[in-house]
Design a protein around this ligand. Sequence first.
Ligand code: NAD
Length: 506
Amino acid sequence: MIIETTKLESVLVKNDITQKMYINGEWIVSESNGTKEVLNPANQEVIGTVTHGTAEDAKKAIEAAHQAFYKNGWMSSRARDRAEFLLQISNKLEERKNEFAYLETLNNGKTLREALDDVEDAVNQLRYYAGLATQPHGQTYDVPDDIQALVVREAIGVVGIIVPWNYPLVMANQKIAAALAAGCTLVVKPADVTPLSLIRLFEIIDEVGMPPGVANLVLGPGRKVGAELVSNPLVDKISFTGGTATGIGLMKSAADTVKNISLELGGKSPNIVFADADFDTAIDYALNAIFANQGQVCSAGSRLILEESLYETFVPELVRRTKQIKIGPGWKEGVEMGPLVSESHMNTVLDYIEIGKSEGATLLCGGNRIVEGELNKGYFVEPTIFGDTTPDMRIVQEEIFGPVLAIQTFKTEEEAIELANGTAFGLAAAVFSQDGAKAQRVIRQMRAGITWINTYHPTFNEAPWGGYKQSGIGRDLGTYGFEEYLETKQINISLKVEPSGFFKGE
Ligand code: NAD
């Protein structure tokens, strides 16, 4: 265990203190004076009280970000200075990584080992983008004239960042790091249920002394605070991660101001296992693909697409291993799966399990909320597997975003590809096979942005993250994620300063 359990409470701010928003370099409470309690999903204990922002608060933050970029000099800030800020933030975050990991576990429910991975990832993102900030970019090119022609890349301006609750720190951090490296100013809005780690990240941002208004944090409901970011004409770009239905609404609203928008949305990703796969590896990753982070992963392998001849050996072993998963509060030693993030989300997942049964799928294991012993107050759901599914079932087509796996079977390579691509989503996909040519052939046919062969889930800050089809538009991370925050300008400089004579003037 990375911190003794006795220190758990010391990670939290005293509960009678209202945690604030960070706007224009100051900590403020909402103009509404409203507050919201934040719960630990493992036991429903109140672990924080935060100010509950409004659209008016969001407007103040947007104006501060606008002022900082266009009037107070951030637009002309030096890449090396921005890189230095990012490095300072990364160092301070690294020093406090255990504290951040604990806080993430208490607020989101994920296991401590996963939370620690998230924080380490966040540190690395800040360092990666600090490095990228000063890299050369732009172009020069030959033109058929006496002109020196070049392309420069410039910060896009004010960025609104809206993120979900499944990776509260890391999803926001990757956008913050890239946007600041690119020279933008920003306003971030976390999900209502998981604001705590981002509030703390902004404590660090405050400590490193960036100019007021460059980075702002607003709290509150998406439909008010988030919606203001999307519709406000002073915001130049929206970088959104969340559900597909929300993303569709945002895109419509962003159209009114022709706002640049990137969308990281939901998934229903296929994990194809051929009969010639390494059996133990494929079993291991089939579990990891769907049950990591309680299945609350956009890229989760929520559909196991299994070669029919393997069914009789693979599925019983998969079910046996699933029943052995150790479930409990994420901070406890040895726990492998924590609770779902909230009561309402748990109810959505349980509803989907009922839908699966009523559609005629066979429940192979799980299917219930866990109410025994110390888990009785938490939002724990058994890891669940359905067999005998058909492609038209809702549990096969719709994102459940919980620990629920649907198994589909195939006989031929063509059938596997058709099933795998047979949803509206296109975020991730994996193939398990020891036939290298076949694995590569199939992965090239996947209409998905994040793919694996003989593994599932490892991804890197250096590589682009995003989806095809209704899983989104644009990319986070890597150089592609950096580009999302840049405009492109051509500059043409005359090498022969003389009149053109286009109009004779006679
Ligand atoms: P959500 O769409 O309900 O909310 C995401 C964020 O949008 C929250 O901060 C919310 O407050 C805000 N929001 C809601 N309505 C809004 C509106 N009208 N205007 C502006 N903002 C609004 O998603 P969620 O339930 O928090 O997260 C789960 C979803 O996120 C899943 O679908 C998952 O697949 C997706 N996700 C995708 C990725 C990816 O990289 N593709 C990563 C993580 C999660």
